[in-house]
Structure formats: structure tokens, C-alpha cells
Design a protein around this ligand. Structure first.
Ligand code: HPA
Length: 246
């Protein structure tokens, strides 16, 4: 495949080595306008806005992934294979299922379990364990320390379902107790697809999430609170991108 691809109308030189990936295209625009210097729009196919600018002199890109494993699978495949991107860092939100996690905490996803069938197309004779790039992980952890973030490193669940099967509880995902029992920290919907795509196509990937809601207590952040905690995750992500350039 050559560029432009079906989903990204850009050239390889349009992207920095590291692409930050929020789920939401409007968040991508917000990050570019508020955290990057001289941001340039490099992709807008389907409104999936991608920008490249600089942070502390380092070229960094930000492009949305959309929601769910199939969507992040497409964008990460094309960025790694066609556009020569080396590092993709998902920056998202997640619902906590660990009693010691609190709203606004940052989860650095060392591994990503999944209930998705995505690994099926790799024809593996067993179960693949999707893990983060160790280099990205340790640099993100040291950035968490530097900015004084409350963070935890561990396993998350990338689920194909946001809504559960139960009637009357539309906003709560079904039974999470089996994952909780296995020490899984939080639930989101993309990391495992990103980690598997990176593994298959020799890229580096990491997912960091802020806890926006707690599935055990029912608490959730207001829109304003989301914005503040999001700033700290952005600082962690951008400082990690700078460290990756060294
Ligand atoms: N489930 C899936 N994705 C999420 C959640 C959740 O509870 N919270 C934030 N992202």
C-alpha cells in the first residue's frame, strides 16, 4: 500500500516519530491548539484530525483513533506501515475496577487484556499477551514521577462493549468482577488493538489513561474536572515524547 491511504491523506514527512492518539477528533484539535507550537493539520479524512507541531523543540503529532479496537487497528496499521511512525501513544480515559484507584489517577497500561476477537487474524496457536513498549513505559513512568501524578502501572481491559447486557443499567458495563479478580485496573476500548498492531508491524506503543469514572463506586468526573486531569496526562505524554527523541 502507498500513501495516501484510504484513511490518511498525508505523506510520511508530515508526521513526527511519535503520534499521540486521543479517541476524539475534537480532542486532537484541542491538543494541537493548546499544547503544540505551530500545529499544522496533516490529515482530515472522515474528520479524524491529525496535526503535527513542536513541543520543547521536538516534532510531535497528534491524531485521533476513533472508538474501539477496529478503529485504532486501522490508524495504527497505516501510521506504522505506510507513514513510518515509530511510536504511538494512546491518551484516553478509562473506568476503574480496582478499589485503590481514584478519579483523576493515571493508569499506565503495561498489558492490555481483551474480550475482542482481534487477535484471531494473526492465526496464533494460543493466546497472545498484548504488552506496552518497555522503553515507552519506563519513560512515561519517569514523566509521571516528574509531574507528581498519582499513577499505577498494570493490566487493563480493552473491551468491545461499553454498554452491558443488563436492562435498566445502560451506563454500566456488565459484570466486571472476573477481571477485577485478576487484578485488572481499568476498562477502556482500544489499547489491546494498538499493542497487537505494534507487535505485528514492529512499532512501539503505549496507552496511558486518566480515570474518568469508577465502576465499583459509580463516581464520575464532571466535564470541568475531566479537563484538569487531562492536562496532567498531556504533560506526561508530551514529556515522554521528548524523552523518546533522545
Ligand atoms: N468502559 C469502557 N471505556 C471507558 C469506560 C468504561 O467504563 N470509561 C471510560 N472509558
Amino acid at each position: 500500500m502507498n500513501y495516501p491511504t484510504p484513511h490518511i491523506k498525508a505523506t510520511p514527512s508530515d508526521f513526527g516519530q511519535t503520534v499521540l492518539m486521543p479517541g476524539d477528533p475534537l480532542r486532537s484539535k484541542f491538543i494541537a491548539e493548546n499544547f503544540l507550537e505551530n500545529p499544522v493539520l496533516v490529515n482530515n479524512v472522515r474528520g479524524v484530525q491529525g496535526y503535527t507541531g513542536t513541543y520543547k523543540g521536538v516534532r510531535v503529532s497528534v491524531m485521533a483513533s476513533g472508538m474501539g479496537i477496529p478503529s485504532i487497528g486501522i490508524y495504527s496499521y497505516e501510521l506504522f506501515n505506510i507513514f513510518g511512525v515509530r511510536n504511538i501513544m494512546r491518551i484516553g480515559s478509562a473506568g476503574a475496577i480496582h478499589p485503590e484507584l481514584h478519579l483523576r489517577d493515571i493508569v499506565v497500561a503495561q498489558g492490555a487484556c481483551t474480550d475482542s476477537n482481534f487477535a484471531h487474524h494473526y492465526h496464533l496457536d494460543g493466546t497472545f499477551a498484548p504488552i506496552a513498549s518497555y522503553e515507552m513505559l519506563r519513560k512515561a513512568v519517569s514523566s509521571c514521577e516528574e509531574v507528581g501524578a498519582n499513577y499505577r502501572v498494570g493490566n487493563i481491559l480493552s473491551s468491545d462493549n461499553f454498554y452491558g447486557d443488563e436492562e435498566g443499567l445502560p451506563e454500566v458495563m456488565g459484570d466486571v468482577s472476573s477481571w477485577k479478580k485478576m487484578g485488572v485496573l481499568a476498562i477502556e476500548m482500544e489499547a489491546a488493538g494498538l499493542y497487537m498492531t505494534a507487535a505485528r508491524w514492529s512499532g512501539n506503543a503505549l496507552c496511558i489513561c486518566t480515570i474518568s469514572d469508577h465502576l465499583l463506586t459509580g463516581e464520575c468526573l464532571s466535564a470541568d474536572e475531566r479537563q484538569t486531569s487531562f492536562r496532567q496526562m498531556m504533560e506526561v505524554a508530551l514529556e515522554t515524547a521528548v524523552k523518546l527523541e533522545k
